[in-house]
Design a protein around this ligand. Structure first.
Ligand code: 4NP
Length: 159
């Protein structure tokens, strides 16, 4: 049976090598700082499978490391069965969310899908974490504040 004291969250982007592993690492970092490791089950995945098995993009690793956050893991593709494993499935952008909603099997699955920035009280509704993959290092740095604010909001929402 699922432990109701544990919040199970999966961060989802397109490739699972830039944004979602960064969010996963950031959330782990904040949860550890708060001493709440036992209350969270944190993972990430991508809607696309092109990078399956690959480590995170070095640009994402470098940007987060400069703020003391470890980004690691291996890319994997989100699959419908993941809806059984998680309470919250947090999309980085609206395109990811649309893809995730197409993978839902029922209304229960759909209720788990949100945009990550919905958890940032300062973000406008429907805000995306933009895809940094085709840009330079600056884009990887820019998304850190967005990801951090959303993860802090998530941590306090689940209190
Ligand atoms: P991510 O970034 O979705 O934040 O991991 C991307 C990684 C790879 C690709 C696109 C976005 N790609 O097209 O291969």
């Amino acid at each position: 049976m699922t432990d109701p004291t544990v919040t199970r969250v999966c961060f989802v982007c397109l490739g699972n090598i830039c944004r979602s592993p960064t969010a996963e690492g950031w959330m782990r970092h904040l949860v550890a700082q708060a001493g709440q490791q036992g209350a969270w089950d944190i993972d990430s995945a991508g809607t696309g499978g092109w990078h399956q098995g690959e480590p995170p993009d070095p640009r994402a690793v470098t940007a987060a490391a400069a703020r003391g956050v470890v980004v690691e893991g291996r890319a994997r593709r989100f699959e419908p069965a993941d809806y059984d494993r998680f309470d919250l499935v947090l999309a980085m952008d609206r395109e990811n969310r649309a893809h995730l909603l197409r993978l839902c099997r029922d209304a229960g699955d759909m209720a788990k899908v949100r945009l990550i920035r919905d958890f940032d009280p300062a973000a406008a509704p429907e805000s995306d974490v933009p895809d940094p993959y085709y840009g330079g290092q600056a884009g990887f740095v820019e998304i850190l504040d967005q990801i951090e604010a959303a993860c802090r909001g998530l941590l306090s929402a689940r209190g």
